[in-house]
Design a binder for this molecule. Structure first.
Ligand code: ADP
Ligand code: MG
Ligand code: MG
Length: 254
């Protein structure tokens, strides 16, 4: 049983116009087996929240805490956060030239577990996971994210997640750019991980579409750098019907 706890998180970023506060006091608790959807208009700070938890150097924490099972996440390096069990699937994954998917996965698994996986079971696990995500075996020999289509990038992220078995996964707009079939396949991967390892999920999404496949236990509406409203799955239905207008007309999203 794991708990990711975010308390009063304030985050700034340095821009050409100066330092700008993007997160303005975020409170959120994600426990094992729970799926939390973070929904909100563009520019509300959803990706900033994801990057801040994962330790991206661009974002400065000015106030608040993030803990995983009581351990101070904010004092950990990016690698330590991954080893502690935090996984981030990025909205815009980067290319890793010259590193194949197979090597990347094996290196990541070795770093996180502190020892290399047993080759025979590892190959079986990778093949099995790729097969379930309907990925061609040849995909393992391609360089990470080089020339990947939108759908391939997302499948690769979910493949990583299934193999690395984190405690908490942060999925940032994993639904963007996916057609219905790919969305279903990717969602099934997330649901498999939830069943297999009691994963806690922070599912960041602008649209409600993915929530038909990955059922949230809690929905948080993010506006202007903080949670403006929260509720159960019915809140997503309401957003589907009404959009974000009643939140943004309050003068947010400067
Ligand atoms: P969302 O994911 O909800 O669309 P983001 O977290 O990407 O929102 O962005 C929130 C706000 O912070 C936006 O106004 C965006 O321009 C700004 N921002 C985020 N990251 C950076 C950055 N690295 N440099 C400058 N501005 C940033
Ligand atoms: Mg955005
Ligand atoms: Mg974003």
């Amino acid at each position: 049983m794991s708990t990711l706890e975010i308390r009063d998180l304030h985050v700034t970023v340095d821009t050409e116009q100066g330092t700008k506060e993007i997160l303005k006091g975020v409170n959120l608790t994600v426990k094992s087996g729970e799926t939390h959807a973070i929904m909100g208009p563009n520019g509300s700070g959803k990706s900033t929240l994801a990057y801040s938890i994962a330790g991206h150097p661009k974002y400065t924490i000015t106030q608040g805490t993030v803990t995983l099972d009581g351990e101070d996440v904010l004092s950990m390096s990016v690698d330590e956060r991954a080893r502690a069990g935090i996984f981030l699937a990025m909205q815009y994954p980067v290319e890793v030239p010259g590193v194949t998917v197979a090597n990347f996965l094996r290196t990541a698994k070795t770093a996180i577990d502190g020892e290399a996986p047993k080759l025979r079971t590892w190959i079986k696990d990778v093949k099995g996971a790729m097969n379930q995500l309907r990925m061609d075996p040849e995909f393992a020999e391609r360089n990470v994210n080089e020339g990947f289509s939108g759908g391939e990038k997302k499948r690769h992220e979910i493949l990583q997640m299934e193999l690395l078995q984190p405690k908490v996964a942060i999925l940032d707009e994993t639904d963007s750019g996916l057609d219905v079939d790919a969305l279903r396949i990717v969602s099934e991967g997330v649901n498999r991980a939830k069943d297999a390892t009691d994963l806690g999920v922070l599912l960041i999404t602008h649209y409600t579409r993915i929530l038909r496949y990955i059922k949230p236990d809690f929905v948080h509406v993010f506006v202007d750098g903080k949670v403006a409203e929260e509720g159960g799955p019915e809140l997503a239905d309401r957003l589907e019907a009404e959009g974000y207008d009643r939140f943004v007309t309050a003068g947010a999203n400067s």
